[in-house]
Design a protein around this ligand. Sequence first.
Ligand code: HAM
Length: 426
Amino acid sequence: MGTFQAIRGMNDILPGESALWQRLEATLRETLAAYGYQEIRLPLVEKTELFARSIGEVTDIVDKEMYTFADRNGDSLTLRPEGTAGCARACIEHGLLHNQTQRLWYAGPMFRYEKPQKGRYRQFHQVGAEAYGMAGPDIDAELIGLSARLWRRLGLQQVVLQINSLGSSAARAAYRERLVDYFTARRAELDEDSQRRLAANPLRILDSKNPMMRALIAEAPSLLDYLDPDSQAHFERLQSLLDAAGITYEVNPRLVRGLDYYCKTVFEWVTDTLGAQGTICAGGRYDGLIEQLGGPAAPGVGFAMGLERLIAMLAAAGRPTADPPHAYLIAAGEEAQRAGFALAERLRDQLPALRLQLHCGGGGFKAQFRRADHSGAQLALILGENEVAAGTVAIKPLRAADGGQVTLPQGEAAAYLRAAALEHPL
Ligand code: HAM
């Protein structure tokens, strides 16, 4: 009988990696809290119609990437491909948008049936932030500033901010017509994908990664020349806010995003360190979405970041991916095991931050030392018959070159560990 494997594009996060995930998530939570964002927890499954109406029928996501299935009662349900739609649905449903502002964040797995490759998966994790009820560019700038602070806190330097404005829907419609004229006149030069997009979603041609299309796209009319005065002023004000805070950016008039709900500001944080899947965070403004979903006329803006991509950057920068124990307690013989268990519990009382692994499963000193070594611990705490009789414990560095061993009264072990393992990691 064959063994089972995970579904293609859906990854296990193994114990050797999970510590880095936890540190990343803790930094994200702290930073979001520092800006006054509150967590909202949302279901993984929503009605299919919610995504079709918000992300847009002719987007790649809705057209060909959703995990859609019939519920047992015949309703069409979909595993969420992103969080903005569900968050909007929840806020409308619970009346959180009537004459109020909200700053919210969510985290968790998203599902898209994409072609798996490095940095692109079918189950991936996002942390997203959404702000409602604020129409001005100040909140756009806040979200961008928050993400910039995150990269600083995480020590990620090779990231570039690209911004653009998609204008009002009327301005975009006018631009769309110009673009269709332009590409129709040069139809023979379009690749297959772009020919398909010309009818369904012509702005997405600007997103083409095909190098053969580059010149054609470079000469296409620019969206920024078609902006309505309100969007123009919004975009200028956003840039002046970013300038004032020293946040550098590139204006990229070809940045259009793959979801239909955006208007005015859109932005992406991009790195050249991850290969083809270089966007680590993306978002923008979506002032019409809440109303379109049956809610009040509340403006919205937000972003989401891909955690797998951030983890890849952190790991490439040499950040440790696991948290090995500080100490591993070895005890040979029945009496020593009793004393060892009691000592381990006392040390955990005294040092809540200490990561102490107790040897379980018996065996002689040699086998136990092998396990201690394998655990990655900095120190071995050793109890044999002599130590038990004298009420002492031997402590041996496992990683340091000199390997000097000390023997202490058990009552002094906590102070020693605090200095050696917690304050001065070896
Ligand atoms: P998105 O651009 O589709 O936007 O995704 C946001 C981020 O999620 C991407 O920049 C990327 O880091 C990550 N991501 C997307 N697809 C994958 C994948 N298949 N594998 C790995 N990572 C991926 C949204 O989802 C919008 N809801 C963002 C937003 C929030 N806009 C306003 N509010």
